[in-house]
Design a protein around this ligand. Structure first.
Ligand code: SF4
Length: 434
């Protein structure tokens, strides 16, 4: 079969990445002021991640002899099957494309991804099937010629080592980047695990990927070697949220990278509590140059109510200072609008972010993604049902202590007051010179 992996992207002016927020996607909307637009455009030019699932799908289908291509915003006229990734931020354009394809061709269309998994009725209006959950098991059946119909459940792969490496050669690798955390290119993403051991009630990633499953260090490092040899990859981002949860395993991965003498700069996401100086030293030696950490809020009570595990302020300061000393760029994520947040608690979080002075700070607004426990709990408080606004930067639910206008103002203030400070600008310039 000729199979097209079709990514329908809108021309929204914000930076859209469909592969973040557990695959629901986000659109970096900071505000309307000149400075806000400046930050938005910097984010847009710096961060461009591949849709990870498509890499695996391409490999599974190609390995069975199918001809697979990747297209953006095109109507393929000679395909036998079109598979489209769904997202909450761009669902409208995805549906428009599916509708146009159905009007102009007889090609079978299927959707994958978390948003289609939880809102299949939206997609099935214009598509032949929707794969619910991680798609690989059903894609393996498609590769054997079994085409699904309607909503089909896909069983998550338990042994991730059995998956083929993503087939990136049909994707525009030269476009992908993760600046300013990893500045080396060619750049690509990699997964060392799926799922999470925690259950933060608002988390879209946990809602889709469920329980934690791990690849072996040997399998991961073999893939890194393959990425180096085949695509000359110089920069890498581990997309799993708790890369160092098992410190011994993280150390083994680093030791194997060193043993294999792989020259690569990489970044990962983790939690402060699963880091220490010894581990950072070995990870650094193997190429760690970027660290993503979720801080969310400085208020412990608010975090506990969100079932969010939080490290002490001392631990956060200690790890950030150690990383900065070594030259590891830190990206910190904060969330505004958590239940019980107040203007005062958010202002404290903004001040704390400035004091930490990480290389990147991202200020999100708590969003009730369909499929999460938070969505179920707050359904009756939602005042904006336009899913295109569920972009992680726009308030869509009534908050008991903050208005929509307050949240938007605080978010814009956070970004502008963070990035346009002499202390940050100095750090940014130093980082550019290195
Ligand atoms: S730690 Fe919480 S927010 Fe992070 S992936 Fe796990 S469940 Fe989600």
């Amino acid at each position: 079969m000729k199979i097209t992996l079709l990514n329908a992207l809108s021309d929204r002016e914000e930076c859209i990445n469909k592969d973040i927020m557990g695959g629901y996607g986000a659109a970096t909307r900071i505000g309307n002021s000149f400075l806000a637009k400046l930050i938005e455009s910097r984010k847009k030019s710096g961060v461009k991640l591949p849709i990870f699932a498509l890499g695996h799908i391409a490999a599974i289908l190609s390995n069975k002899g199918h001809q697979v291509e990747y297209k953006i915003n095109e109507i393929p006229l000679d395909s036998d099957l079109i598979l489209m990734p769904s997202s909450i931020v761009d669902h409208k354009i995805e549906l428009e494309y599916a509708q146009k394809i159905k009007q102009q061709t007889k090609t079978i269309i299927g959707f994958i991804g978390p948003f289609a998994s939880v809102q299949p009725e939206l997609y099935l209006k214009h598509a032949d099937f929707v794969i619910k959950n991680e798609p690989e098991q059903i894609v393996m059946e498609i590769a054997e010629g079994k085409i699904p119909k309607g909503l089909v459940d896909s069983k998550p792969i338990q042994d991730l080592d059995t998956l083929p490496y993503p087939q990136w050669d049909i994707f525009p690798i030269e476009d992908y980047s993760y600046s300013p955390v990893i500045n080396k290119k060619p750049f690509i993403s990699i997964l060392s695990s799926r799922g999470c051991i925690f259950s933060c009630f608002y988390c879209p990633y946990k809602a889709y990927y469920g329980n934690w499953r791990l690849r072996t260090p040997e399998n991961i490092v073999k893939e890194i070697k393959y990425l180096k040899d085949k695509f000359q990859i110089k920069g890498l981002l581990f997309r799993d949220p708790l890369f160092t949860y098992n410190k011994e395993r993280a150390k083994q991965i680093a030791e194997l990278i060193i043993k294999e003498d792989i020259d690569i700069e990489w970044a990962c996401e983790t939690h402060f509590d699963y880091l220490d100086a010894n581990l950072i030293d070995i990870l650094y030696k193997s190429g760690l140059r970027g660290l993503n950490v979720g801080i969310e809020s400085t208020n412990q009570e608010i975090l506990q109510k969100a079932m969010r595990k939080s490290a002490t302020i001392e631990k956060q300061n200690e790890i950030v200072a150690y990383c900065h000393k070594k030259g590891i760029r830190v990206s910190a994520f904060y969330i505004f609008g958590l239940p019980d947040d107040t203007e005062e608690s958010i202002l404290k979080t903004i001040e704390y972010a400035k004091q930490l002075n990480t290389n990147v700070a991202q200020f999100f607004i708590l969003t009730p993604f369909p499929g999460t426990p938070f969505y179920e709990k707050t359904k009756d408080k939602i005042y904006d049902t336009n899913f295109a606004h569920y972009d992680s930067y726009t308030p869509v639910i009534h908050h008991s202590k903050l208005t929509k206008e307050q949240l938007l103002k605080l978010k814009e203030k956070a970004f502008i007051s963070y990035y346009f400070r002499p202390r940050y600008i100095l750090k940014f310039l130093k980082n550019r010179i290195k």
